[in-house]
Design a protein around this ligand. Structure first.
Ligand code: ZN
Length: 112
């Protein structure tokens, strides 16, 4: 897989209620995600959980999501009447969130 020298990472946000324009902030922040696979895995995991179908096949969705990640697009999904699942592209290199491969530091996103 070709890797860019600067790979914007993503922030996974989960809001309680569905809204097409979810507010993302410290209260909805769940996870920092690096790379298209991590983003697609997280979205699929959250969507399966929200729908209550752990074995749901999401191949088409994953294809769309990974393409969006390659374009640095923010991705919003979620079931009708369920939570809003958002993967926000973080292009600001000064972001100092807890990157998963370094270590988890709870509460570091309170200044967002
Ligand atoms: Zn971050």
């Amino acid at each position: 897989m070709a890797r860019r020298t600067v790979t914007p990472h993503y922030h996974g946000h989960l809001a309680r209620n569905w809204t097409p324009a979810a507010q993302t902030g410290a209260s909805t922040f769940r996870k920092a995600l690096d790379g298209e696979e991590a983003v697609a895995d997280w979205l699929a995991e959250q969507l399966r959980e929200a729908i209550g179908k752990p074995d749901l096949e999401l191949a088409d969705e994953r294809e769309v999501w990974t393409n969006l990640v390659r374009d640095d697009q923010t991705i919003t999904t979620g079931p009708q009447g369920g939570p809003t699942i958002t993967a926000v592209a973080m292009t600001d290199q000064s972001c100092d969130c807890p990157r998963p491969q370094i270590r988890a530091i709870p509460g570091r996103h309170s200044t967002l």
